[in-house]
Design a binder for this molecule. Structure first.
Ligand code: 5GP
Length: 187
C-alpha cells in the first residue's frame, strides 16, 4: 500500500456485537483511528443519524454513485438492501496516515482485498449460536423472520471468516476489545 495509513476490515455475523466493540475500540484516543461511514439503502433504525451511523441513500442515489465508480466496494447484504464504502473517504483518510476501520460484510471484504491486499482482516465470532440468537432478539429492531434469515446467513459468514487473518471471540467485551486493539496495533 503506497498510502501512509492502515486499512482494517472488521466483519462478523449480525448481532455479534461489532458495533459495541468498535465503539469501545474508538474510546482509545491514542490511536489514529477513523471509522468509515458506509452508504446504505436500508432505512435508519430509531436513533441512527444520517452521516454518522450511515449515509442513508435512496436506491436511485445509490445506483448513481455505483455508476460513477464512487464505491471501493458494495454489496446487497441479505439480498434486501445495498451497502457500500465510499472510495474517496477511505483514500483521503489513508493519505492523512489514519487507520481506517471498515465494518463490512465478507463479500465487501473480498472486493477491498483485491485493491488493498495489505489490509488487515479481523473476524468477530460469537461464543456460540445461542448467544447470537439472544443478542439479535434483544436488539428488538428486527422481526423473527429477519432474525432467522440473519442466523442462517451467519453460518455461511462464519465459514468464510476462517479466511480472515485474525478471529476474535466476543464473549467478555473488555477482553475482546483488548485483543482487537492488540491486533490492530501490531504490524
Ligand atoms: P446493519 O443493517 O445491521 O447495520 O448491517 C448489516 C450488515 O451490513 C453487517 O454485516 C455489516 O457488516 C454490513 N455492512 C455495513 N456497511 C457495509 C458496507 O459498506 N459494505 C458492505 N459490503 N457491508 C456492509
Amino acid at each position: 500500500m503506497k498510502k501512509k495509513g492502515k486499512l482494517i476490515i472488521i466483519s462478523g455475523p449480525s448481532g455479534v456485537g461489532k458495533g459495541t466493540l468498535i465503539q469501545k475500540l474508538f474510546e482509545n484516543r491514542e490511536l489514529p483511528l477513523v471509522l468509515s461511514v458506509s452508504a446504505t439503502t436500508r432505512p435508519p433504525r430509531p436513533g441512527e443519524k444520517n452521516g454518522i451511523d450511515y449515509h442513508f441513500f435512496s436506491q436511485n442515489e445509490f445506483d448513481r454513485l455505483k455508476k460513477e465508480g464512487s464505491f471501493l466496494e458494495f454489496f446487497e447484504v441479505f439480498g434486501r438492501h445495498s451497502y457500500g464504502t465510499l472510495k474517496q473517504d477511505v483514500d483521503n483518510a489513508l493519505e492523512k496516515g489514519k487507520w481506517v476501520v471498515l465494518e463490512i460484510d465478507v463479500n465487501g471484504a473480498k472486493q477491498v482485498l483485491e485493491q488493498y491486499p495489505q489490509a488487515k482482516t479481523i473476524f468477530i465470532l460469537p461464543p456460540n449460536q445461542q448467544t447470537l440468537h439472544q443478542r439479535l432478539t434483544h436488539r428488538g429492531s428486527e422481526s423473527e423472520e429477519i432474525i432467522q434469515q440473519r442466523l442462517n446467513e451467519s453460518q455461511k459468514e462464519i465459514e468464510q471468516g476462517k479466511l480472515y487473518q485474525y478471529q476474535i471471540i466476543n464473549d467478555e467485551i473488555s477482553k475482546a476489545v483488548q485483543e482487537l486493539t492488540q491486533v490492530i496495533v501490531a504490524d
